[in-house]
Design a protein around this ligand. Structure first.
Ligand SMILES: Cc1cc2nc3c(=O)[nH]c(=O)nc-3n(C[C@H](O)[C@H](O)[C@H](O)COP(=O)(O)O)c2cc1C
Length: 167
């Protein structure tokens, strides 16, 4: 196996990789966390279910994001899974601003993380492990609470938000 401390290069250039991997349709979530009175949130498509026993997920966050340090410090975060029509929320949380939560209805989960009341579902997560790889931190976390509401998801495909149609 390759050593993850190595400086890697591959034959696939960045633009080609971005274009090709954008064919992988994903859900869209807002990862949220809180440090004292300060809330943090970031749009993420990298949330993946890891195992059901124990309930666990992984999420990959750029190491330069403040929320990445906050999650490392507090050891907890929430995943707010966005629903149909939440493309504007996804853009809002992907764009730098002093108050990314503006215009949203927030409550707090049992761990103190801010939760978007309108999300399709949310998970309360406790970090078990952080692994850094080049630009990103990979968090493995236990899911300590999971709640979903009726509704449809927000799919992301080829850099656009869409709608899910059941066959
Ligand atoms: C649909 C979508 C999915 C994204 N997924 C991720 C992700 O999984 N991990 C990540 O680090 N950044 C992801 N980003 C980028 C971050 O949301 C963005 O860099 C961040 O919110 C910038 O925050 P800042 O301006 O406060 O630094 C995604 C952006 C979009 C629009």
């Amino acid at each position: 196996m390759l050593n993850s401390e190595t400086q890697f290069t591959t034959a696939v250039d960045q633009d080609t990789f971005r274009d090709v991997i954008s064919n992988l349709v994903s859900g869209v979530s807002i990862i949220s966390a809180q440090r004292e009175d300060e809330r943090f949130g970031v749009t993420a498509s990298s949330v993946t279910s890891l195992s059901v026993d124990p309930a666990s997920i992984l999420v990959c966050l750029n190491q330069r994001l403040s929320i990445t340090d906050v999650i490392s410090e507090t050891g907890v975060f929430a995943v707010n899974i966005l629903g149909e029509g939440h493309g504007d929320v996804a853009i809002q949380f992907a764009t730098g601003h002093a108050d990314k939560f503006r215009g949203t209805t927030i409550r707090h989960d049992g761990m103190g993380n801010p939760i978007l009341a309108d999300a399709l579902a949310h998970l309360e997560c406790r970090v078990v492990e952080r692994k850094d790889f080049t630009t990103h931190a990979i968090f493995i976390a236990l899911v300590e609470s999971a709640v979903a509401r009726p509704g449809s998801p927000l799919p992301y495909f080829r850099k656009s938000f869409g709608r899910f149609i059941e066959d």
